[in-house]
Write a protein of this length. Sequence first.
Length: 389
Amino acid sequence: MPLPTESQVTEALRAVIDPELRRSIVELGMVRSIDVHEDGRVDVVVSLTTPGCPIRSQFEQAVVENVGPIEGVTSVGVGFDVLSDSEKQGLQQKLGRPGGLPEGALAQVKNVICVASGKGGVGKSTMTANLAAALAAEGKPTGALDCDVYGYSIPRMLGVNDRPEVNGERKIIPVEAAGGVKVMSIGFFVEENAAVVWRGPMLHKAIQQFLEDVDWGALDYLLLDLPPGTGDVSMTLAQLLPQARILVVTTPQPAAQTVAARAAEMAGKVDLELMGVIENMAGFTTPDGQRFSIFGEGGGQTLADSLGVPLLTSVPLEEALREHADSGTPLVVAEPGAPASIAIRQAARGIIAQTPVELPLMEAVAADVPAFAPAIGGTELPVVQAGGL
């Protein structure tokens, strides 16, 4: 049986994805060395961004799962060292992250979804809060991050106002809303209804801290409520979360639809994938059954068609949706049978249908596995500190 080549091992390692940086460890330059021995054993050394990396065991498992099936491999050993300061600086420059590299806070978050709109007043925050509650009701661990620093409203809509605590690892513990949704917002750290007056750099730092200094734990979904428009926050998220996806909220009227298209255009410019469109305030039905299209008809479908993405749902205009948002009890939980609740739960199920089950780190590229697979061992090599370049 021929021995595997170093290039074969390197190609297999392209399927090992850093779950926070969302890129291959090969692309990130985190593969320190590959040694192929005469007996078919392959030893791989991976360079971590921090000595206490919480996802070390996941990296080991992913390397073994991807290298093991290569023809001629009898066992796989995985060792670790740490990127030197100059290597970290080079990686920060490459990724456009001058503030530093992540240290594992998002390692167990499977899907990050940014809820965006081109303009305010379309119900984006209401959709975010209710979608988070709907996903949690579907049995999916979910978090909601209020990135609308100037117009924070997620805590009120999810009925939480406690000040977050800090754990022994000096990570902020998100506040848990009813139904188990984990919540983080600048609103927890300022006086009630106080205005936040920050320039762009402060905004960038706050968003980065909420992503990386919060102990989000294991989540299937982290929903980010973006501010209206296409400014600093969107660009920051594109840098910090290159594989996040964008969900666009609009109302049916042409004015809102046109502006929402700009949010979609922004996603394309920063290489974030569009997930779909939610049409809010789609129509109002009176108690006697009359229906009025107060904000027009069909704008959401028109926008979705023009962007080539699905219309996940059309949410009717309903007074109870607003009332429950103001009282901190999401409509999808308080009145699951309400027409707006049904529509939002439809969107939540559409999101679930589009998103992967496994962590990106563990998703392997399909490989030809021999009929008799070799024995695979995960014996760990000693940890070595990398010297300067």
